[in-house]
Design a protein around this ligand. Structure first.
Ligand code: ADP
Ligand code: MG
Length: 238
């Protein structure tokens, strides 16, 4: 079970407070979207869950275990970023198994996980190509493949689609949701795009200025926004 529990989480950079005590309960298998305007603290919070940023106050637990002081490699998570950051001189296959090699997984395990992930993501024909030979959508799938091969308990996405054109973005939303329906991995997905949040989330967390304004299903937020900020933010076209 991989519930993620964020309790009173605070973050300060020097004297600047950017998260003011955030509480979010995420249940095993949920697809939760953090949404809010640029600068509200979404990436900071996600990076704290990943262990890439220290936590100034409060606790974060994954699967019931407090991870505040655990380095990223000891957390059972995998993160997909906005910039795919693929290795240009490695093939698709090499890009996908890089982390498994670092973990010194046995060759047989690496082979099996690569094959399974490539099939899931329709990447089998592209395994021996290089990133520059792929389309934007294929590159995005390789970035997801790198996360999937690790079979993590939790997926973290930080605006993974914001570099793609509008049409591809819509298609990739669908693919990510289908992937989630198949794998049922607990997912925290960050975006500033209301439409993306409304169409993808089981549960939406609306943030503003380092605080959580409201948590609810897309329908709940639409029908019963708690304040003007939520109503305006959710109701306005992106
Ligand atoms: P979002 O992802 O919602 O756009 P961020 O989490 O990136 O927001 O940033 C939240 C706030 O924290 C912003 O005001 C940003 O300028 C500040 N911030 C982010 N990273 C750093 C850092 N390394 N040092 C100082 N301030 C930072
Ligand atoms: Mg961000």
């Amino acid at each position: 079970m991989a519930d993620v529990n964020i309790s009173g989480a605070r973050k300060a950079y020097g004297g600047l407070n950017v998260l003011h005590g955030v509480n979010i309960e995420i249940h095993d298998g949920e697809f939760v979207v953090l949404v809010g305007p640029s600068g509200c603290g979404k990436s900071t919070l996600l990076r704290m869950v990943a262990g890439l940023e220290g936590i100034t106050g409060g606790t974060i637990s994954i699967g019931g275990k407090i991870v505040n002081n655990l380095p990223p490699k000891d957390r059972d998570i995998a993160m997909v970023f906005q910039s795919y950051a693929l290795y240009p001189h490695k093939t698709v296959a090499e890009n996908m198994v890089f982390a498994l090699r670092l973990q010194k997984q046995p060759a047989e395990v690496i082979k099996q996980r690569l094959q399974a992930a490539a099939e899931t993501l329709d990447l089998v024909p592209y395994l021996h190509r290089y990133p520059r030979q792929l389309s934007g959508g294929q590159r995005q799938r390789v970035a997801m493949g790198r996360a999937i091969v690790r079979s993590p308990q939790v997926f973290l996405f930080d605006e993974p689609l914001s570099n793609l054109d509008a049409k591809l973005r819509v298609q990739m939303r669908k693919e990510i949701k289908e992937l989630h329906q198949r794998l049922k991995t607990t997912t925290i997905y960050v975006t500033h795009d209301q439409v993306e949040a409304m169409t993808m989330a089981d549960k939406i967390v609306v943030m503003q200025g380092g605080n959580v304004e409201q948590i609810g299903t897309p329908l709940e937020l639409y029908d019963r926004p708690r304040n003007t900020f939520v109503a305006t933010f959710i109701g306005s076209p992106s």
